[in-house]
Design a protein around this ligand. Structure first.
Ligand code: PLP
Length: 374
């Protein structure tokens, strides 16, 4: 059996190696490293895939979130609501821009923002909401879009973990995650569902004016060379990364399908187990399983992780600490407002999840987890 890894990027690379190697050598030969034709081509291809008017590539997913907030002209002290249970980047950029973060609890079953708690957190100072489509499925965008309409707020979708997932509205309309808010953002960090071989990110929008503004912000606020109309940043996707992404984008749906198949295997093995809850698949969103995250309900999560370690099975805790308790963003909060987040911090464990998992490996992993509880 091949050694089990949390993510196996090397085996995935070998499947496209010769084609990709040639394409990368051609870019090096062309010496068009920044803003070359590969970046423009990737941008157009991703626009088509997401069915969105504008994709603006940038240097990473954290920059994408920061640039989105900059583009919306938020002012110091404006409140931005996001989830307490996620990766820090989302709340980090809110603080970097001197905005005020307001963290809300998540739903216990889907791990995404609890929309009732979101409603309760809105104040006259609220300007934007950043739902995070965590672990590979969309937040409840139908409800969130209703709320932002009622209160006239912006919604930025943090789609770093869910690219390729689809949201189904009650009227039957289907949209790709990241294409429903005023702006969507993503990351092409290597281990993401669509990853490059370094750092990369992008913003998506259907709004022409915003797209224009964002294209300036990513490039030092320049709309005409050496004329700076905005305070911007230097945040670019380079041509080599765009080439990797162009070669991988046509496989994104099959990559996500491979992840779903691995998730099906896990689901079946752990169904109805008294101490294990499998991740819920919401009926409004397809799941692209950026992570496959179990909840261990008998208090033995840490022991399970150690046990799996002795069997050479990596398993990770995403995420061990609530954002509201991190020193950098500490918020005095009432624990009863965060019961789900706090429970999840003690219960979650993510199993190996990638496009190259083999049945033999899945069997060994599931057998080992079940053995722990015997
Ligand atoms: C990975 C990730 C980011 C940040 O992306 P980088 O490209 O690493 O900057 C932001 N939000 C979420 C939810 C992520 O998973």
């Amino acid at each position: 059996m091949k050694p089990i890894q949390m993510v196996d990027l090397q085996s995935q690379y070998y499947r496209i190696k010769s084609d990709l190697d040639n394409a990368l050598l051609n870019v090096i030969d062309s010496a068009a490293f920044i803003n070359g034709p590969e970046v423009k081509a990737f941008q157009a291809e991703l626009e088509q895939y997401l069915d969105i008017k504008h994709v603006i590539p940038c240097a990473n997913g954290t920059d994408a979130l920061q640039i989105a907030l900059m583009a919306l002209n938020l002012k110091e002290g404006d409140e931005v609501i996001t989830a307490d249970f996620t990766f820090a980047a989302t709340v980090e950029v809110i603080h970097l821009l001197k905005l005020k973060s307001v963290l809300v609890d998540v739903d216990y079953d889907t791990f995404t923002m609890d929309t009732e708690k979101l409603r309760a957190a809105i104040t006259p100072k609220t300007k934007a909401i950043i739902p995070v489509h965590i672990f590979g499925q969309s937040s409840n965008m139908e409800e969130i879009l209703k709320i932002v309409k009622e209160h006239n707020l912006y919604v930025i979708e943090d789609n770093a973990q869910a690219i390729g997932s689809e949201f189904k509205f009650a009227d039957g309309t289907v949209k790709k995650s990241g294409s429903m808010g005023i702006i969507g953002t993503t990351s092409f960090f290597p281990s993401k569902n669509l990853g490059c071989y370094g750092d990369g990110g992008a913003l998506f929008t259907n709004d022409d004016e915003l797209a224009h503004k964002i294209r300036g912000i990513v490039n030092h606020g320049m709309y005409e060379r050496y004329y700076h109309d905005e305070i911007g940043v230097n945040s670019r996707l380079d041509s080599l990364q765009a080439t990797v992404l162009r070669k991988k984008l046509p496989f994104l749906d099959s990559y996500n399908e491979a992840r779903r198949k691995a998730a099906d295997y896990y689901d079946e093995a752990f169904a109805n187990h008294p101490n294990i809850l499998t991740p819920k698949r919401a009926d409004y969103s397809s799941h692209v399983f950026h992570q496959y995250t179990l909840r261990i309900t008998n208090g033995q999560r840490n022991d399970l992780q150690k046990f799996l370690g002795t069997k050479e099975i990596p398993a990770m805790i995403y995420y061990p600490v609530a954002l509201r308790k991190q020193k950098a963003y500490f918020q005095d909060s009432d624990p009863k407002d965060f019961v789900n987040t706090d429970r999840l911090l003690d219960e979650v464990i993510s199993l190996p999840m990638h496009t190259e998992l083999e049945e033999e490996q899945l069997k060994y992993i599931t057998d080992s987890v079940l053995e722990f509880f015997k």
